[in-house]
Unconditional design. Structure first.
Length: 201
């Protein structure tokens, strides 16, 4: 009987709503600035959606006047999420409507910091093309170059250098990116974290 009860509970339990669905549900209602239970706006969710679907959702939200500078509990804007997930096309779309691309989260990190930390070289190149800041310091005095070096993300570091970022800057501990360079091979862009884990990076 206990097994039957547990199976019934399993069948009645609702499946978690996907990131794509969270963004889509706002379109028919026009409730584009609503903060869902996870504290994110539809624009945050759209910036995490991959490929053409994500680009299309973001375009619809922008056209509908969705706010693009709202922050989550960690102070991150949709641009932070696009950078974290490596969505260069989302960065491009945000830049076209002059959405903020250089805001700092509660750790003082800009979208460029998150892109560098996760090896998003193409996203860093897009941020550079839009004129977003690439050399800001977080609360520990680290620039995006420091984070790329410490994570062993050689391609991200190369993208920053190619964009004119100085690699000799010292962080709050007096270290340059060269001091922090990880001895392991260049990291591959990490797989996009789930929206429920995005606040932990």
């Amino acid at each position: 009987m206990q097994t039957t009860h547990l199976l019934a509970l399993g069948r009645s339990r609702k499946r978690p709503m996907r990131t794509e669905d969270m963004a889509k549900q706002a379109l028919p209602t026009g409730d584009l600035g609503r903060m869902p239970v996870d504290g994110l706006t539809p624009a945050h969710h759209a910036c995490m959606c991959p490929g053409h679907k994500g680009a299309q959702l973001l375009a619809h939200l922008i056209q509908g006047g969705a706010p693009l500078g709202e922050r989550d509990a960690c102070g991150r804007t949709p641009a932070h999420y696009a950078a974290l997930q490596g969505r260069a096309s989302a960065i491009e779309a945000l830049a076209r409507v002059r959405a903020p691309l250089g805001e700092r989260d509660t750790r003082g990190r800009t979208p460029a910091h998150l892109a560098a930390l996760h090896g998003r070289a193409a996203t860093l190149e897009e941020l550079a093309r839009t004129g977003a800041p690439l050399g800001e310091r977080d609360v520990s005095g680290c620039t995006p170059a420091h984070l790329a070096a410490s994570a062993g993300c050689a391609q991200a570091l190369e993208a920053l250098a190619a964009s004119g970022v100085a690699l000799g800057e010292r962080d709050g501990y007096g270290c340059t990116p060269a001091h922090q360079r990880h001895p392991s091979p260049p990291c591959r862009p990490s797989s996009p974290p789930r929206s429920t884990r995005a606040h932990t990076h």
